[in-house]
Design a protein around this ligand. Structure first.
Ligand code: PGA
Ligand code: ZN
Length: 424
């Protein structure tokens, strides 16, 4: 039985307000959670409830969402025993009553949903990843470190949003993260040597002004070698160009470098060329959320060579994923809990993807907090790879640290996913 439910307005890593919910069960078990926030959000994401009051936080306050937790949700839940996560989440969806959680706010609903999962895990005295994933939840994901930030996540000349390193040739998560950090530090030295900025973007990656989008790749490959690793064999590359942000009247505009435009077919040619030249194992949002035809085409053409992850086009939404499966779009899905708004729907979406042979790639948001839910989620789903930022910034390393603790706790039972986690 839920005995108390409360919420307050706290801050995310960009200094914007967000919702923290706190929940208590009858036996005294507690759980709390903080909702993250995106910047390059998909059009079909569940809706955040923001105050739109220009006198507070530039309109971004979440007092209304907090009030929904303390008022309506507490009114409906306190004194009740939902029994399990899916019943609680269904109750929340029904109480909201809209298709995209706009009334109560997905930011309010998700915080309550995760807080309940944590309280139940405490009550059962099992770790969160086991509560959600069962006894088989022993696979640690490969961390994909976003070491160069561009696009909407940085004020530089780089069009593409995320250039990630994938330290897959390791025997454990701990070894993998060490490799990743060594490359991250080697990259910093390299940027310094070239007189380039080592200031970081929203996700902790460097955000230098570069003369081309390829230069980011060349620098990273040099850093991998400088750190003593073999590009492609030990450490590969993953990209999220977040091209929905480039979509402009049916074409792709390189909005930060030179304002040139490319057709969908020309974008596919660009990726084809990069796949031949660079050790890329994963391409997320290579095309825009509205470009379903282009997506089907690129999947047919390149899906056998590389993991093609749908972020904005799917928005962790089972209906959009079903359309994607029907139309041969992508071979993997990005899993972001706040795109859909409850723990149950997030896990169901991942289960559908797996059943269709699609990869699942768990993800943070560019506006994060100290909440480490996605680390447990990645292990619970056994999804094999996670993106949760670069090699620095506390809200990113909090997830790495949680994964290090999980691996330690699992001991001999822990497995590291490695290269096999990336579908083709
Ligand atoms: P966002 O970026 O959190 O700003 O949406 C992450 C992504 O595009 O994957
Ligand atoms: Zn993305």
């Amino acid at each position: 039985r839920i005995t108390r439910l409360d919420a307050i307005e706290v801050l995310d890593s960009r200094g914007n307000p967000t919702v923290e919910a706190w929940l208590q069960l009858e036996d005294g078990s507690e759980g709390s959670a903080i909702t993250p926030a995106g910047a390059s959000t998909g059009a079909n994401e569940a809706a955040e409830l923001r105050d739109e009051d220009p006198t507070r936080y530039g309109g971004r306050g979440v007092q209304k969402a907090v009030e929904q937790v303390r008022g309506e949700m507490a009114g409906a839940l306190v004194g009740k025993d939902p029994g399990d996560q899916s019943t609680l989440d269904l109750l929340l969806c029904e109480l909201d009553g809209t298709p995209n959680k706009a009334r109560l706010g997905a930011n309010a609903i998700l915080a309550v949903s995760i807080a309940y999962a944590r309280a139940c895990a405490h009550s059962l005295q099992v770790p969160l990843y086991r509560h959600l994933g069962g006894d088989d939840a022993v696979v640690l994901p490969v961390p994909c470190l976003n070491v160069i930030n561009g696009g909407r996540h940085a004020d530089n000349t780089v069009d593409f949003q995320e250039y990630k390193i994938v330290p897959h040739h390791a025997t454990s998560f701990a070894e993998s993260i060490r490799m990743g950090e060594e490359v991250f530090h080697a990259l910093k030295k390299l940027l310094q040597a070239h007189g380039l900025s080592t200031g970081v973007g929203d996700e902790g990656g460097f955000a230098p002004n570069l003369h081309s989008n390829e230069q980011a790749i060349e620098l990273i490959l040099e850093a991998i070698t400088a750190a003593g690793y073999r590009p492609g064999d030990d450490v590969s590359l993953a990209l999220d160009p977040a091209t929905s942000e480039m979509w402009h009247h049916g074409r792709y505009r390189f909005f930060k470098s030179n304002q040139s435009e490319r057709t969908s077919a020309a974008m596919i040619d660009l990726w084809d060329d990069w796949l031949q030249r660079y050790p890329i194992v994963l391409l997320e949002d290579p095309l825009a959320e509205n470009d379903w035809e282009g997506w089907a085409q690129i999947t047919q053409q390149l899906g056998g060579q590389v993991e093609l992850v749908g972020d904005d086009i799917f928005c962790t939404n089972p209906d959009l994923l079903q359309r994607g499966i029907r139309e041969g779009v992508a071979n993997a899905i990005l899993i972001k809990p706040n795109q859909i708004g409850t723990v149950t729907e997030t896990m169901e979406c991942a289960a559908q993807a797996k059943a269709a042979g699609y990869g699942c790639y768990v993800s943070h948001r560019s506006g994060e907090t100290e909440d480490t839910f996605i680390a447990d989620l990645a292990v619970a789903l056994g999804c094999g790879h996670i993106k949760t930022g670069s090699g620095c910034r506390g809200e990113r390393t909090a997830k790495f640290n949680r994964l290090l603790r999980i691996e330690h706790e699992l001991g001999e039972r822990a497995r590291f996913a490695g290269r096999a986690a990336f579908v083709r």
